[in-house]
Design a protein around this ligand. Structure first.
Ligand SMILES: Cc1cc2nc3c(=O)[nH]c(=O)nc-3n(C[C@H](O)[C@H](O)[C@H](O)COP(=O)(O)OP(=O)(O)OC[C@H]3O[C@@H](n4cnc5c(N)ncnc54)[C@H](O)[C@@H]3O)c2cc1C
Length: 488
């Protein structure tokens, strides 16, 4: 039940009176995943569609806007809604239907990627698109139209969603698929939670014949090597990802490791029912047999400065280079969710946290643009500490970040002194991205300005989104901090 409180004060009124205040005890501090921004909101956690409907209605009567939050893994302010209502959807986490013959699953939006793969794997299926952490919810993944390390092959998650049900702020539920309400289908997937609330999502899973992947790792001496590797292996690999040492300079600029992986064909794994078991997938909670993974971030903390991360990046590259090309068989979970195996690693960045900047650049201009960007970060004394390189393909979703090209995800540590310098740097990076015909990604964004969004999306696209929003949400109830910052 959503409580009302007659003693609270109302601010930020938007709808006609009588306005009803919300219970002050619902106020919680909520942080962006990267920890570089936070806000206070009235937080509610519905478990049923009826509760959700009631919460939307009561929030509307309070005069406050409503933000939607899944697992809260967006790096910036996409899932926060300062001084307003925030609906945390994680308790709507039931698997509604599963057909192990066809691999079609229907889930509530709070089901996580972790829950999903653990549910389907022993039947010989794997989610077609997974994120680098398994803590994301399917609702949040649809809201951002996330991509995996196989984006160039299979597109974003939206390409595998067959249908969803979405509650509008009025409480009405609409069914959307490629035939019915198709304009909403293509806009709400990737529409960062401002058109309606997903209440169920139906998706096709990917057939697998083993709990293992064939994984190949090879060091690349520079950015040109990275690009060449991707172009050579794209057609024959199910997944590829590059990790770049952003401190490297000169002929070694953009050096790093590439990991690519392939599913095993039928018959290659002699005991698939064993390798698809969950206990086979899970990694040990300890490192070196004795050190709990949960404390690793504490040991990383002293290295989270330019000198420390330069050394780590260099050591990582050199060890890959000296070891030469390697091939191993790895479990799906170990390959995909490497970042989850160092719990709370973001804490190593310190109290100011981090932001990520992930531009997507067409393949024709990406080489030059990435060279310019890496050099610019170095010149400004702000090389990024973790840099991930991926290949993508275009898709049909309205607010898409996908294109026939590459992305570079760059993590910047934030401290009080660095914050204005990083902000100034991202403005300069924006210019490079726009000049190269690039795009941005709301899941990772903390710095995008309205004029930059308009420049890459085009006025027409933004107007289309706003027109649909006027139709589904005429009182502009669904908002987030990102929505107000970029489109407000
Ligand atoms: C370590 C790490 C690795 C990552 N790796 C990747 C990656 O490989 N690929 C990638 O694409 N992204 C990646 N991300 C980003 C992350 O996948 C996205 O931000 C994703 O949207 C987070 O899902 P979430 O459930 O946490 O949603 P949140 O961050 O809580 O919300 C995301 C958006 O969805 C909206 N939303 C939430 N629930 C609903 C709902 N029920 N109905 C409608 N809208 C809703 C929210 O309003 C918000 O705009 C990564 C993030 C982290 C922290």
């Amino acid at each position: 039940m959503i409580e009302e409180n007659t003693t609270s004060e109302i601010v930020n009124s938007k709808v006609s009176s009588p306005l009803r205040p919300l219970a002050a005890e619902r106020l919680e501090a909520v942080s962006a995943w990267g920890g570089a921004s936070s806000s206070v909101s009235y937080v509610y956690r519905p478990t049923t569609v009826e509760q959700l409907q009631e919460m939307l209605s009561v929030a509307a009567k309070s005069g406050r806007s409503v933000g939607l939050r899944g697992g809260g893994n967006s790096y910036g302010d996409a899932a926060t809604n300062s001084e307003n209502v925030l609906l945390d959807m994680r308790r709507m986490n039931r698997i509604l239907a599963w057909d192990p013959l066809s691999g079609v699953v229907c889930v509530e939006p709070g089901v996580t990627i972790s829950q999903l793969w653990q549910y389907v794997l022993e039947d010989g299926w794997w989610p077609p698109v997974v994120t680098g952490t398994s803590m994301t919810t399917i609702g949040g993944c649809a809201g951002m139209n996330v991509h995996g390390k196989n984006a160039y092959q299979v597109g974003p998650i939206g390409d595998h969603i067959q249908e969803f049900e979405m509650m509008l702020p009025s409480g009405e539920i609409v069914i959307c698929n490629r035939e019915e309400n198709s304009d909403l289908f293509y806009a709400a997937i990737g529409g960062f939670g401002v058109l309606g609330v997903f209440t169920s999502i139906m998706m096709q899973m990917k057939r697998v014949y083993s709990g293992l992947l064939d994984v190949y790792t090879q060091a690349q001496p520079n950015l040109a090597g990275m690009f060449e590797y991707f172009e050579t292996f794209m057609d024959s690999s199910d997944y590829i990802v590059g990790w770049i040492d952003s401190f490297s300079k000169g002929a070694g600029l953009g050096q790093g490791d590439v990991h690519r992986a392939n599913y095993l064909p039928p018959g290659a794994d002699l005991a698939p029912s064993q390798t698809m078991r969950l206990d086979y997938q899970h990694l040990s909670p300890n490192m070196f047999g004795f050190m709990p993974r949960s404390v690793i971030w504490i040991f990383m903390r002293p290295f989270m400065n330019n000198l420390g991360t330069a050394l780590i990046n260099k050591a990582k590259y050199l060890s890959g280079h000296l070891a030469g090309p390697r091939q191993v068989r790895q479990s799906h979970a170990a390959f995909h969710f490497l970042l989850d195996y160092v719990p709370d690693w973001k804490n190593s960045y310190g109290p100011g946290g981090l932001i990520q900047y992930q531009p997507f650049i067409p393949k024709e201009t990406a080489r030059d643009a990435f060279v310019d960007m890496l050099r610019l970060c170095q010149r400004r004394g702000l090389p990024n500490y973790l840099t991930v390189f991926k290949r993508h393909r275009p898709d049909d979703f309205l607010m898409t970040h996908g294109l026939d090209g590459y992305s570079l995800a760059m993590d910047f540590r934030i401290t009080e002194r660095r914050r204005p310098r990083v902000a100034a740097l991202t403005r300069e990076l924006d210019e490079i991205v726009l000049a190269a015909g690039g795009r941005f990604y709301f899941a990772k964004d903390s710095t995008l300005r309205p004029e930059v969004a308009q420049a890459y999306l085009g006025k027409g696209t933004i107007e289309k989104l706003k027109k649909l929003k006027r139709r589904t949400d005429p009182h502009n109830l669904l908002q987030t901090d990102l929505w107000r910052r970029v489109f407000g």
